[in-house]
Design a protein around this ligand. Structure first.
Ligand SMILES: Nc1ncnc2c1ncn2[C@@H]1O[C@H](COP(=O)(O)OP(=O)(O)OP(=O)(O)O)[C@@H](O)[C@H]1O
Length: 236
């Protein structure tokens, strides 16, 4: 079942046409990846889905809700939780306090406690470091906190922007494994990545975004073998 449908979305910043008739869908339970080079429009797409940027034309629908007019807080309440690029966690707050921030808008305290247990179960490194300040963590650990904080909010669709950015290959693998286990536990994921190799390993489907449009789409396993992808994104 399709949960999210973006159809012919155009976003313009002054003279920059960032999205041009961008169309893609995300189905329930999927990991869908948007691949693309710098400036392709990936972060703009995530910002559009969170209500931070409005399309000039086109439609963006989440389970019948029009995301082109919805307020950002209503979008969060509808279950779309955004983990922006750059691991923005609070450096002077502990891991535990950072995670708790993800439950700021959640009324059900029992749900928060259950999700905290799930996050610590899924990421034992965070459990070991729960009293440590955010600023003292490695980049990979900070990324885990950013993902964990989003999970405390109980996402239906996790919007993950470049989680692998600046991480060593082994850490990228660990982060991608976490994303795969989040998905296996029932959360649908939209993953934006420049690291096509890592993303295609865990994604079900992927779209290539070039100058604001989706130019290629298919099952991740097929795209990983596509000569055009190998040449442009896998360094082949
Ligand atoms: N706030 C803004 N004002 C003006 N132009 C912008 C703004 N944000 C993005 N752009 C431009 O829009 C285009 C798409 O940018 P976007 O950040 O969405 O790309 P991206 O695929 O996420 O790139 P990267 O991988 O480098 O983060 C680029 O040309 C960028 O310079």
């Amino acid at each position: 079942m399709t949960l999210l449908e973006v159809k012919d979305a155009d976003v313009v910043y002054g003279r920059v046409h960032a999205l041009r008739e961008l169309s893609f869908t995300v189905g329930e339970g999927e990991i869908v990846c948007l691949l693309g080079n710098n400036g392709a429009g990936k972060s703009t797409t995530m910002n559009m889905l969170s209500g931070l940027v409005r399309p000039r034309s086109g439609s963006v629908t989440w389970q019948g809700m029009d995301l082109t007019t919805a307020k950002p807080w209503d979008i969060v309440a509808a279950g779309l939780i955004h983990v922006p690029e750059g691991r923005r966690i609070f450096s002077t707050m502990t891991v535990h306090e950072n995670l708790l921030l993800g439950g700021y808008t959640v009324r059900d305290q029992k749900a928060i406690a259950t999700r905290l247990d799930e996050v610590y179960g899924m990421m034992p490194r965070l459990a070991e470091r729960r009293g440590q300040q955010g600023g003292t963590l490695s980049g990979g650990e900070q990324q885990m906190v950013a993902i964990g904080r989003a999970l405390i909010g109980g996402p239906k669709l996790l919007l993950l922007d470049e989680p692998s950015m600046g991480l060593a290959p082994l850490v990228v693998k660990q982060v991608m494994e976490i994303v795969a286990s989040v998905n296996a536990a029932g959360t649908t994921v939209l993953l934006v990545e420049q690291n096509a190799r890592a993303a295609l390993k865990i994604a079900d489907r992927a779209y290539v975004v070039e100058t604001g449009s989706a130019t290629l789409e298919g099952p991740a396993a097929d795209l990983a073998k596509d000569p055009r992808i190998i040449e442009a994104y896998l360094g082949g």
